[in-house]
Design a protein around this ligand. Structure first.
Ligand SMILES: *Cc1c(COP(=O)(O)O)cnc(C)c1O
Length: 389
């Protein structure tokens, strides 16, 4: 049996070779230290777990949930947006629950992209933007994120015939994998661009709460007129250590939210209500839960950046995200250097090229690793004589 072209079009899994080497090292008894995983290592806050325990026992939650999310969940999202960003959202028309934000990010192209259409996709970037586009029969046009521009795409460099065929512009700030944050004027430029080419902006806001040194990342929806051109994907995954729970939402432009909701009605049947109640508890937690999370990652960021700098790595501490994006030494590729760190020090990092061609020349360290493992990993790099210059 032949699989469909959309399955054949899935790019080869770039980490297969490294994964094989990790398995080999582990089998040989090496205590491999992984900086490769972007998944919070700390537990979900206890009140959230307790809400799930109670709600799971209530038979009222055992039936099909409402497709678009419980009214109480959407209200909690609206309250959270108002409190955090000063953005007003209509819970009935401008918010839809998602089975994790990845689900919505993967599906939105099915609502806006016809075969042959183009989407604008950051490179390097979260792979789901391009894959969602391919599944819809569209073609991603990659926007390189380069250090000279602070890892913001150069919208003026997009050829106008490409921009005219583009249906979606995907963005993600704070950014995975580069750790970059948005500049104050960029979102306004995005609104202008989206209006002139009549395309939908899809902003992935997964990391707005994971920020350091007092910096507070903005929502795209705080930009004047953003709601006319775009939606924002949000998630409880990174903010409340809830990656396994699968709960997120999309919010913003009501036509786009309606379209995504209509598509989902025909694909899934919503999020288990007990999980939505737990999500409400999370969104109403006192700020100290988020502050603790920030303090943990900031401490690890400082440890990691100081350790890598002492080995000669030319890096600045990122203002947000759980990632540190590190240029590889001269003469190395992202894969050759990642392989060297594994073979010499038993340390796993992600080769930047796995996030797109423009990620070549970088490796990504994740901060979702306990402090003692992080320290041991750094010590191993030093003992192995790894140096940037
Ligand atoms: C982790 C992550 C998400 C969140 O995914 P969920 O499906 O909500 O768990 C979205 N976008 C990016 C860039 C991420 O790194």
């Amino acid at each position: 049996m032949q699989t469909a072209r959309r399955i054949q079009a899935i790019p080869p899994y770039l980490f297969a070779e490294i994964d094989r080497k990790i398995a080999q090292a582990r089998a040989a008894g090496v205590d491999v230290i992984s900086f490769g995983i972007g998944d919070p290592d700390r537990p979900t806050p206890i009140p959230v777990v307790e809400t799930l325990q109670q709600a799971a026992a209530d038979p009222a939650n055992h039936r099909y949930p409402s497709y678009e999310g419980l009214p109480a969940f959407r209200q909690a999202v609206a309250d959270w947006y108002a409190r955090r960003f000063g953005v007003q959202l209509d819970p009935d028309k401008e918010i839809v629950s998602l089975i994790g934000s990845k689900e919505g990010i993967a599906h939105i192209a099915l609502c806006y992209v016809n075969p042959g259409d183009v989407t604008l996709v950051p490179d390097p970037g979260y792979p789901v933007y391009a894959l969602g586009t391919l599944f819809a029969g569209g073609s991603p046009y990659y926007l390189p994120l380069l250090p000279a521009r602070g890892f913001l795409p150069d919208l003026s460099a997009i050829p106008s015939d490409v921009a005219r065929r583009a249906r979606i512009l995907y963005l993600n700030y704070p950014n995975n994998p580069t750790g970059a944050v948005v500049s104050p004027d960029f979102f306004a430029e995005v609104v202008e661009f989206a209006r002139s080419y009549d395309l939908l902006v899809c902003h992935d806001a997964a990391y707005t709460e994971v920020s350091f040194d007092g910096y507070r990342p903005p929502s795209f929806l705080q930009t004047p007129d953003a709601k006319e051109v775009g939606i924002e994907f949000h998630s409880l995954s990174k903010t409340y250590n809830m990656t396994g729970w699968r709960l997120g939402w999309a919010c913003g432009n009501p036509e786009a939210i309606e379209a995504l909701g209509r598509l989902k009605t025909n694909i899934d049947s919503g999020v288990f209500q007990a999980i939505q109640y737990a999500g409400i508890t999370a969104l109403r937690l006192p700020d100290r839960f988020i502050e603790e999370m920030r303090a943990v990652y900031q401490r690890r960021r400082d440890l990691l950046v100081a350790g890598l700098r002492s080995l000669g790595a030319p890096i600045e501490p990122p203002k947000a995200t759980i990632y540190v994006w590190v240029p590889v030494p001269e003469g190395e590729s992202s894969t050759s250097f990642a392989t060297k760190l594994l073979e010499r020090a038993g340390v796993v990092v992600t080769p930047g090229v796995g996030y797109g061609a423009a990620g070549e020349g970088y490796i990504r360290f994740s901060l979702s690793i306990p402090d003692d493992r992080l320290r041991t990993g750094l010590a191993r790099l030093q003992q192995a004589g790894v140096r940037w210059k």
